[in-house]
Write a protein that binds this ligand. Structure first.
Ligand code: DGL
Length: 262
């Protein structure tokens, strides 16, 4: 049996945990949210570089997974190598789905919707050079959508007008108006997929990385003999954060929530 630990700044990684549980129903899929340091998308690179390897090492120590899944584009596009160098289990990251988008676009123009951190990463420039040569890639970074997704999963509703306000500039002329595929390059965004779709012009398709990440996790994860067990969730930021995260985690089947002090 395999035990995976899926990690994100907040509730976004639950979209990846969900895909993994669908693909591997007999696995134990633990979840960790760095809710005490959320949101990552507006943190400086230095702040994240300092925190992520240290935090992941602490999480792996406590949860003892066979595989660690960084279910966060903002973290993966900055610190995947540093995390891999620090923990002793295989690490799978989540990075923007530029390759499939470049293969599938008919207009040759792709939109990337991500956090402000992810849109300015050199990692994204490299992905574009490698997989989208000859295509036009339009990027939009928004921290607002992350907050909206977080609130929606905590049961606080979605304001369609605010979602539309956050998404619309992606489609500004001259290039935005030709976009036919939008990459949801933040794991929070599939949580409000319908609202984002409603904010896009008709005919625009949305793609994300959930299924591809789940497949990659299954390819690299070793299996360790262990008795069947219950999945746990971990949060940072003390008891107040545990209480705030509880409704969202419960919706995704996590009822045991431990506070980690990092
Ligand atoms: N879910 C994260 C991502 O995929 C980031 C959200 C945040 O800003 O913390 O990029």
């Amino acid at each position: 049996m395999t035990r995976a630990l899926v990690f994100d700044s907040g509730v976004g990684g639950l979209t990846i945990a969900d895909e993994l549980r669908k693909a591997a129903p007999d696995w134990i899929v633990d979840y960790a949210a760095d809710s005490g340091f959320f949101p990552y998308g507006v943190k400086t690179d230095d702040e994240l570089r300092e925190r992520l390897p240290r935090l992941c090492a602490a999480l792996v120590d406590v949860a003892k997974p066979d595989v660690l899944v960084i279910a966060c584009n903002t973290a993966s596009t900055l610190s995947l190598d540093a995390i891999r160098a620090t923990v002793k289990v295989p690490v799978v990251g989540t990075v923007p789905a530029i390759k499939p988008a470049a293969e599938q676009t008919k207009t040759g123009v792709i939109g990337i919707l991500a956090t402000p951190g992810t849109v300015r990463r050199a990692y994204l420039d490299d992905l574009e050079r490698q997989f989208a040569a000859g295509k036009i890639v339009v990027r939009r970074g928004t921290a607002g959508l992350v907050d909206m997704a977080e609130r929606a999963v905590r049961g606080q509703g979605i304001d369609q007008e605010q979602v539309t306000y956050a998404v619309k500039p992606l489609f500004d002329p001259p290039h935005g108006s030709q976009i036919d595929i939008v990459v949801l390059a933040c794991t929070h965004f599939p949580l409000i997929r319908e609202a984002i779709a409603a904010a896009c012009p008709p005919g625009v398709r949305l793609i994300d990385t959930g299924e591809a990440v789940a497949r990659q996790v299954m390819r690299v994860a070793p299996s360790t003999p262990r008795p069947p067990g219950q999945a746990s969730a971990y949060v940072t930021g003390g008891a107040a954060n545990r209480a705030a995260m509880q409704p969202a985690l419960a919706r995704f089947g996590y009822h045991v929530i431990e506070v980690i002090d990092v």
